[in-house]
Write a protein that binds this ligand. Structure first.
Ligand code: SF4
Length: 592
């Protein structure tokens, strides 16, 4: 069956041989894995899980979902799936902006890039092929200059590119697009750099996404848009951006502060949304087809930036004890241009500052010193001095500094934690510890814990179900901030594609995708599910364990129940029965 909503075309590119071809995925890829994250993981699995992340054989799989580029609001998003140099396992890194919709305008669902070019190059994507252009003059440039130059050369094009950090293999280098949006987490920029691929240019296209039942689709979508426009959360996000969470996290007591040593930052008033509005002349800005417009165009002292959003402000602000909106914005600007994930950068710097205080690493500055942070960001991107060690990420840096450093290395499976301080929100710590990789983009349980609607006993089930739902959403792909569930999205999806699915089917698909990610993590040698020792040793300041320690036994109790609910054994390995029930790993759908 040829479903609508997809173009059934993924462009394979081999940089080593300078060849490309269009691959038509079998319908089963969409039926079982939907698109986006799910389809990308299945393709990665089928291609083989042996490659070193920096090797030419590691694929960069840019994927859209059936929602991407469609009239459904927040349809901006796309992802890139790859073996991460930071976690050594699969990561799906998502970006808003315009890149995904631009691929769909060319009649493509995705782009799979393998191999390595002998010299720096950039790709110009066409509907049936790619053009290979030399990029030696762009190599060494920041993302802003690269994108500007390529947009002048290719009017109307959307560009994704890397900066010096990606060229130098910084393990948390990102891919930037639209100047200020990123495929941020996990080091996709380093994988792209290892391929000598500086940029991808997607020229304007005119393809229309096929819709199975146009009248029903437009009727349902019209109602969804109306409800979104009058939704209170939309208005709040448009006014305050995601940075509104700085004040909320401070009040709730889970704002990461001083390398997660504390949950409240005394200088937080300087980095709230209100402060950003005053200091940075914020204006709302949206991704493709998004009336939420959580982005904020900031202009200050001759600089321009979309941001800073919550995670960046938490990790380049509170967690480094920097309480100045302009300083956070400038650190954000540096990371965006040099091609660094702001979250991992903030956490690895806070780790280094604590290591310095403990006498393990000489650093010439302390928490709260913005100039010192700016210098260190540049050193990381160019791998200069101590920046070379930190460019390896928190896990490897801690291993090199010795046993004592493990305690305050705030990472799980190599990924620097994001979102909140688990010392004020244990459920979120558990969600991060059990996630496919420890990022806030997995499942955000913090709101429920903050509102007091979670009991200690309910956490494992709540987290498991939330992770499944997010996996399905990340496969469609809809933005986390679209405030509607599958009761609204399922009928729209059916009208779009012609598939006949109900809400439960999406949760089932999400569960399948989570299990596939677990299989990949196990095959790649991911360690046990746990949290850094700090979160067990120090009393919690807020949340379910306020005023007490969240002990390893508490965590283990949750984990046992979580594994039971997932149908995994006591080591966290999916049982043969569970895999059979989900049809995993299933036939090989993708091969070269
Ligand atoms: S809500 Fe924000 S991140 Fe999501 S699509 Fe809209 S502008 Fe982009």
């Amino acid at each position: 069956m040829s479903y609508k909503g997809y173009f059934h075309r993924i462009l394979f590119v081999d940089l080593s041989q300078r060849k490309s071809k269009v691959w038509e995925p079998p319908p089963e890829l969409w039926e079982k894995f939907l698109g986006g994250k799910g389809a990308g993981l299945k393709m990665l699995y089928d291609l083989g899980l042996d490659p070193d992340p920096f090797s030419p054989e590691n694929p960069l799989i840019f994927l859209t979902g059936p929602v991407t580029g469609s009239p459904i609001p927040t349809s901006a998003r796309s992802c890139v799936v790859f073996l991460s140099p930071l976690t050594n396992s699969a990561v799906d890194s998502h970006a808003g902006g315009f890149f995904g919709p631009a691929l769909r305008k060319l009649g493509l669902d995705g782009l799979l890039i393998l191999g390595k070019s002998p010299k720096p190059m950039y790709l110009e994507v066409r509907p049936d092929t790619v053009l290979f252009h030399e990029a030696e003059k762009l190599w060494g440039e920041g993302i802003f200059a690269t994108e500007k130059a390529l947009k002048e050369r290719h009017p109307g094009a959307v560009v994704a590119s890397i900066g010096p950090a990606g060229e130098r293999g910084v393990r948390f280098a990102c891919i930037g697009t639209g100047f200020w949006r990123q495929f941020g987490r996990g080091g996709a920029g380093a994988v792209m750099g290892a391929k000598n691929l500086k940029a991808i240019v997607v020229p304007p296209g005119s393809e229309k996404i096929p819709i199975a039942d146009e009248p029903r689709f437009h009727e349902l979508n019209k109602k969804l848009v109306e409800d979104l426009l009058s939704h209170p959360m939309r208005k709040k996000r448009e006014e305050l951006g995601t940075t509104m969470w700085i004040r909320m996290a401070q009040e709730a007591g889970f704002l990461p502060t001083r390398n997660f040593q504390a949950c409240r930052f005394p200088g937080f008033e300087g980095i709230t949304s209100e402060a950003m509005k005053r200091k940075l002349s914020w204006e709302p800005r949206g991704c493709f087809n998004c009336p939420i417009r959580c982005g904020k165009l900031a202009r200050w002292d001759g600089f321009e930036l979309e941001g800073p959003e919550y995670e960046t402000t938490a990790f380049l602000g509170a967690n480094l004890e920097i309480g100045s909106a302009k300083a956070v914005a400038y650190a954000n600007l540096l990371c965006d241009d040099l091609g660094l994930d702001t979250i991992s950068t903030g956490v690895v710097i806070s780790f280094a500052l604590e290591a310095s205080e403990r006498g393990l690493l000489p650093l010439p500055f302390r928490f709260g010193d913005a100039e010192g942070v700016f210098t260190l960001i540049r050193q990381i991107a160019f791998r200069e001095g101590v920046g070379d060690l930190l460019a390896e990420g928190t896990r490897i840096a801690a291993e090199k500094l010795g046993e004592e450093a493990q305690y305050f290395a705030i990472q799980v499976g190599g990924m620097e934690l994001s979102g909140v301080n688990p010392k004020g929100c244990a459920s979120m710590g558990f969600s991060l510890a059990t996630a496919d990789f420890a990022s806030h983009t997995r499942f955000w349980s913090a709101t429920a814990e903050m509102q007091g609607v979670l009991s200690v006993e309910s956490v494992p089930k709540f987290v498991k179900e939330g992770q499944d739902e997010v996996a399905a959403r990340n496969s469609l792909i809809v933005c986390d901030f679209l405030p509607f569930g599958f009761d609204r999205l399922a009928p729209l999806f059916c009208a779009l594609t012609g598939m006949e699915l109900v809400s439960w089917d999406f949760l089932r698909a999400g569960e399948r995708i989570e299990n596939l990610h677990r299989l990949i993590n196990l095959a790649r040698g991911r360690e046990e599910d746990t949290l850094p020792e700090r979160f067990f040793a120090e009393p919690h300041e807020a949340g379910l364990f306020a005023g007490q320690r969240f002990t390893p036994e508490d965590f283990r109790r949750w984990l046992s129940e979580y594994y039971r609910l997932r149908g995994w054994d006591e080591r966290g390995v999916p049982t043969p029965e569970k895999l059979a029930e989900l049809g995993l790993p299933g036939p090989r759908l993708c091969q070269l």
